[in-house]
Design a protein around this ligand. Structure first.
Ligand code: AMP
Ligand code: ZN
Length: 115
């Protein structure tokens, strides 16, 4: 999708601080980090979200790369959170599947609805 910001990052048309890339996925620093380590892992190909008929091998690869990024960022030992937001209630703001890798701080326990 030509107007998708993450497709543009995947093609190198928009700059990003890339921390890992291969033929299938790209991982880059979130532009507005919520915690000390905040990296996004995306497939190069456009999918709206995790339910968009994404091949299971690609989903597995996204997770494996997320774990590798956590290791390389030095948070694998202390722990981290993987998160993918879907749709409006999930508060997805960029409509290209992405996995957040969040670490370097204690995550909130509460995962229920917003107040
Ligand atoms: P979500 O709310 O799950 O859709 O998350 C989208 C994430 O993308 C947010 O954390 C944004 O800060 C991040 N983001 C948006 N535009 C860019 C960009 N150009 N480069 C890096 N991260 C971005
Ligand atoms: Zn896209």
């Amino acid at each position: 999708m030509s107007d998708c910001i993450f497709c543009q990052i995947a093609k190198g048309e928009v700059p990003a601080r890339v921390v890992y890339e291969d033929d299938e996925v790209v991982a880059f620093e979130d532009i507005n980090p919520q915690v000390p380590v905040h990296v996004l892992v995306i497939p190069r190909q456009h999918y709206n979200d995790i339910g968009d008929d994404v091949p299971e091998a690609l989903l597995g690869h996204l997770l494996a790369v997320a774990a590798r990024v956590a290791q390389e960022k030095g948070v694998a030992e202390t722990g981290y959170r993987l998160l993918t937001n879907i749709g409006e209630d999930g508060r997805q703001t960029v409509g290209h599947l992405h996995m957040h890798v969040l670490g370097g701080a204690k995550m909130p326990i509460r995962m229920g609805p917003a107040d």
